[in-house]
Structure formats: C-alpha cells, structure tokens
Ligand binder design. Structure first.
Ligand SMILES: Nc1nc2c(ncn2[C@@H]2O[C@H](COP(=O)(O)OP(=O)(O)OP(=O)(O)O)[C@@H](O)[C@H]2O)c(=O)[nH]1
Ligand SMILES: [Mg+2]
Length: 217
C-alpha cells in the first residue's frame, strides 16, 4: 500500500468504528421475498453454510452481543434479517439462513435456498456479499456452488474465514492459503480473504472498514 492508501485505510477504519458503535437497529425479518424492505439503502449480506458463524460475526461487527440470533443448532437463522446502521441510516446488513447441512426438513431447506439465491441474484441495492467459510473446514462444494452462482450473477463478494480461534496458527495459514488460491480463480471474488474470530475479536476492525468501503464502492 502507498502511504496515501494507508492513510485512507486508517480513516476508513476509524469512521467504521464510530459508525458501528452508534446506531445499529434490527429492522425486520423477511421469511419470503414479498416481505423484503424497500430497496432504499445499500446492503451487505452475510451468507455461508449452516453454523459457519454468520450471526455471530454480525454481532461482532456491530459490537452487540446478540442483535442477530446465534445458536449451536444449525439452521437457527431462518429468514433474511435486516439491520440498519447509522443515524440517519447509511446502510443495512443482512443475516441470511445457512446453506448446506441444516437440522431442518429438506423442504424447508429448499425454501431457504430459493430465498437466499433469489435475493443475492436480484437485489438491486446489494453492494457486496460476505461468503463465510469455517477455518476448520476450508471450502466445501456448497461454498464453491455459491461462489460460482455469485460469479455468474456478477455479485462481488469477499471470502471471510470464521472461527479462526478454533485452529492452530500453522493450520490457519495453510487453510487461508488454499482458500485464497481458489478465490483468485473466481471472477467476482476479492483476491484477498479475511481471517476472523467473532469470539476473540480477530479481524473485526478490518472487516468493518471493508464493509464501509464496499458500501461506498
Ligand atoms: N470458537 C468460536 N465459535 C464461534 C465463532 N463464531 C461462531 N461460533 C459458534 O458457532 C456456532 C454457530 O454460530 P452462528 O453464528 O449461530 O452460526 P450461523 O452461521 O448464523 O448459523 P445458522 O443461522 O444456523 O446458519 C455457535 O455455537 C457460535 O457460538 C468464533 O469466532 N469462534
Ligand atoms: Mg444464523
């Protein structure tokens, strides 16, 4: 990074910190597309396999303990949940149901899948999608399928490794290198990935700054 870029990055991180420590409010929960809010503000969506830590990461980013409902039971988040950031509102975060394994009937899982895919493909104010991947597992076929769908829909996304506290540093570096190499082959993916732990606060400031940069992109 040039000194100018570094300066810009530091300013963005500071502004993001201020924004997220201010107003963050749950707006609504949409179980079907017809219940989506008006497309009035830029949106950033969190998607990923069931139990990867989407709701926990949203809580960490907003610095709220439980604004998004997290749970040990895969399949906790069943609707598209919208949160507003800023006073006045500057953008919205969207917590989504997981894909892949879920402790729910197949029919219900198919319904979520349809909801998530249709939203990601067609949502006009969607500025970026965060594709969350568990540090312990790396990319699974369901992640690859999601990434390819986003490539085809030309929806830009960042790959974010979660639960980094659960693996040893050496293992984390190896998984990150593999995931990054694969991300670079996807046209709509950012070439650099994020390493995070909602539990330990790792990578959260950088992710906040990235979200703000994406909102303004
Ligand atoms: N150690 C550790 N555990 C985490 C972290 N993030 C999430 N978890 C745990 O992982 C489990 C699932 O977290 P959620 O945030 O509910 O995951 P989700 O992706 O929203 O799950 P669904 O809504 O069911 O798709 C919970 O038991 C969390 O406490 C993390 O950074 N570190
Ligand atoms: Mg969830």
């Amino acid at each position: 990074m040039t000194p100018e870029e570094e300066q810009r990055q530091a300013e963005l991180a500071e502004e993001a910190g201020r924004l997220f420590s201010g107003r963050v409010e749950f707006l609504l929960s949409a179980p079907q597309l017809k219940f989506l809010p008006e497309p009035d503000y830029p949106e950033i969506a969190f998607c990923g396999r069931s139990n990867v830590g989407k709701s926990s990461l949203l809580n960490a980013v907003t610095g709220r303990r439980s604004i998004a409902r997290a749970s040990v039971t895969p399949g906790r988040t069943q609707e598209l949940n919208f949160f507003e950031v800023g006073d006045p509102t500057q953008f919205r975060l969207v917590d989504m149901p997981g894909y892949g394994f879920a402790k729910a009937p197949l029919k219900v899982v198919e319904k979520w899948r349809g909801l998530v895919r249709t939203f990601l493909r067609g949502r006009a104010p969607l500025k970026r999608t965060m594709v969350l991947v568990d540090s312990r597992h790396g990319l699974k076929d369901s992640d690859r399928e999601m990434m390819t769908m986003l490539d085809e829909a030309a929806v830009g996304y960042r790959v974010v490794l979660t639960k980094a506290d659960k693996v040893k540093a050496s293992e984390l570096a190896a998984v990150a290198a593999g995931v990054e190499a694969e991300a670079r082959k996807h046209v709509a993916a950012f070439p650099d990935i994020h390493l995070t732990s909602a539990e330990k606060g790792m990578g959260i400031d950088a992710l906040r700054a990235a979200i703000l940069a994406d909102v303004r992109a």
